[in-house]
Design a protein around this ligand. Structure first.
Ligand code: M6R
Length: 613
């Protein structure tokens, strides 16, 4: 959840670290800090608030130094304030450490250190770790890297850390377990970060640090990796394919709006080489290479969190309808702890934009240990989940920076639909004609999204009228039910308006009690097998004076006549409608949040990448 940056080389570290923190700010933004070594002195600068607050605070101070580490925090232990912000010093201020993750046994270690006479200045588990490293260094009389190794062999939990040592201008020691860490390799310089975004403008050569590995970055350009159990590893250099422009707003006021508008392109990118209209063919190498596994699977389990979980539900409908295979969709956080039955002939599909969500990663490891075949649907290339899976399919939508997931969702739905259709085709549970029809429909999706995006200005004006609302209900049925939940999640996470997504027919089993003339009810009522049923559900709400905002198929008249506000989307196949219907809901949530002057890209209490459980 937190963001880590580090630099060692010939340039001034401070500007690189600040810029890096800005790029990683989506990972956490309640406080930030930097440690620099200059003339042998180890200096810390920390501030509550955003990276910009830290930058302002440090402006008048001496920030010289060609080696440093920096951190942007999403609080786990201890409230967000300057005292709990990272980096943390050790007792004698000889070491400074930044940490992303949670040290679960910190209380036991702290007890031991207190008995040894250590005094603590913060409430964090991180300070416990830096004190433990200090203790190991002193009691065993070893170098920093060895002390880190000894300390980590006692730490339980997840971490990505980086440590500096006073007087040691030549070395950063870093390590990871469960939380991501990437090293960028420049000419006589190293960059360190939680993901590649702070590195991309300096180099495209990276090494992804593996679990339980400790890396020492030396000023002479030497890099050494050892495991906690002291096995030396050869760094594997990879090339990152990410451009700087992908990391900038490109004229949009917020990343979220940019990412919503990017969807015609990102979906076309996602389809490239996979959807071939001329050959009437879908090609997914992750499926083709493992066709037998898919054909022999008795069951598919989809595991994910948040928006990715919503995409998983849509995937379930498609797999079951077309490929006639039973699918269970599980919140990763529940799946990993509830002793699920997992068989060797199960396929587990893990969906994650970031590829770093701790619960999903743990669910993957659990399913792997039971012998299931694991398939990842992820966006961030080289992230932990794709590396832990047997095979998979990248969504290829480029970096998603806005905390609210938008373009990742539409591409996840697309990937799952393509997979379901391929399986169905192989199992001969759908006709060739239907398969070809779907391929053609998928191909038209980017054009149809462009069409929907034209209503942006109209939606902007309309959204303003809803800033008063305290609650929203979103309704849908079948494929549109997960869309209702996704629309509600978008609204609540960025506008702080309470919103619930419900299957439309479930209304009368309780939530209908909430309906009055104040309550906006968003109904996704596009053409579908359940269309008439949804019309009846709308009537039930109308009868209780609810305000109906409906998303309908272009040309609809029935729902239009009974709605207070109507949003039209082009017609498509029912299984593809979620990709279209979600677009106005994303825009609506965005404009309501902007009208309420909320921080759309960095909503309170949230972080983009949830690397703690
Ligand atoms: O990176 P992931 O897809 O694994 O993230 C899962 C959720 O944390 C994420 O979708 C979250 O719900 C978003 N903020 C929703 O917009």
């Amino acid at each position: 959840m937190c963001g880590i940056v580090g630099y060692i080389g010939n340039r001034q570290a401070f500007p690189i670290l600040i810029k890096g923190l800005q790029r990683l700010e989506y990972r956490g933004y309640d406080s930030a800090g930097i440690a620099l070594i200059h003339n042998g002195e180890l200096n810390l600068y920390k501030q509550k608030g955003k990276v910009a607050d830290l930058q302002r605070f440090v402006e008048q101070q001496d920030t010289e130094g060609t080696i440093g580490i920096a951190h942007t925090r999403w609080a786990t232990h201890g409230e967000p304030n300057e005292r709990n912000a990272h980096p943390h010093y050790s007792q004698t201020e000889n070491l400074a450490l930044i940490h992303n993750g949670i040290i679960e046994n910190y209380a036991v270690i702290k007890e031991m250190l207190l008995e040894e006479g250590y005094v603590f200045r913060s409430e964090t588990d991180t300070e416990v770790l830096v004190q433990l490293i200090d203790f190991m260094q002193k009691t065993n009389n070893v170098c920093l890297a060895e002390a880190v190794q000894l300390a980590l062999s006692q730490a339980v939990g997840a971490y990505a850390i980086a440590v500096l040592e006073k007087g040691n201008n030549n070395q950063i020691v870093a390590a990871r377990k469960g939380s991501p860490l990437v090293v960028g390799i420049g000419k006589d310089e190293f960059f360190l970060a939680s993901d590649a975004t702070p590195i991309v403008e300096y180099t495209d050569k990276v090494v992804y640090i593996g679990d339980e590995e400790i890396v020492t970055l030396n000023r002479n350009g030497e890099m050494k990796i050892v495991t906690i159990s002291n096995v030396e590893k050869t760094p594997e250099i990879k090339k990152i394919e990410m451009s700087l422009s992908q990391l900038e707003k490109g004229g949009y006021p917020h990343f979220m709006l940019k990412e919503i508008f990017e969807q015609p392109k990102t979906l076309a990118d996602s389809m490239r080489g996979r959807i071939n209209v001329d050959a009437n063919n879908i090609s997914l190498s992750g499926f083709i290479d493992n066709k037998d596994k898919f054909l022999n699977a008795k069951r598919i389990i989809i595991t994910a969190c948040g928006t990715s979980w919503h995409a998983g539900l849509i995937g379930k409908y498609a797999f079951e309808e077309f490929a006639r295979v039973p699918v269970e969709v599980e919140y990763s956080s529940e799946f990993r702890y509830r002793k699920p039955v997992i068989n060797k002939d199960d396929i587990v599909i893990a969906i994650s934009q970031s590829g770093e969500t701790a619960d999903t990663l743990a669910a993957v490891e659990l399913a792997k240990s039971k012998g299931a075949f694991i398939f990842g649907v992820c966006n961030v290339v080289g992230s932990s989940i794709p590396r832990a899976t047997h095979s998979g399919c990248y969504t290829h939508v480029g970096p998603e920076i806005g905390v609210a997931s938008t373009k990742a969702f539409s591409a996840q739905v697309l990937a799952l639909t393509m997979l379901a259709l391929l399986l169905a085709k192989e199992k001969e549970t759908i006709s060739d004609d239907f398969y070809i029809k779907l391929i053609n429909e998928i191909n038209l999706i980017p054009i149809k999204i462009k069409e929907i995006l034209k209503i942006n200005n109209e939606l902007k004006d309309f959204a303003r009228t809803f800033t008063y609302a305290q609650n929203f209900i979103y309704l849908g049925r079948a494929y549109n039910y997960p869309v209702a939940m996704e629309g509600a999640l978008k609204l609540k996470e960025i506008s702080y308006i309470h919103a619930e997504g419900y299957p439309a027919a479930e209304m009368k089993h309780g939530p209908i009690a909430l309906i009055n003339q104040e309550m906006p009810v968003v109904v996704i009522a596009t053409n579908a097998a359940t269309y008439e049923k949804v019309v009846s559900n709308i009537q039930e709400i109308k009868a209780r004076k609810g305000r109906i905002i409906s998303v309908v198929t272009k040309g609809d008249t029935i729902v239009k006549n009974i709605s207070d506000y109507v949003i039209e989307v082009p017609a498509t196949e029912e299984c593809l409608m979620p990709i279209l219907a979600v677009i106005p809901l994303q825009l609506m949530a965005y404009h309501i949040a902007v009208a309420k002057e909320c921080n759309v890209d960095q909503p309170r209490n949230l972080a983009k990448s949830v690397t703690v459980e």
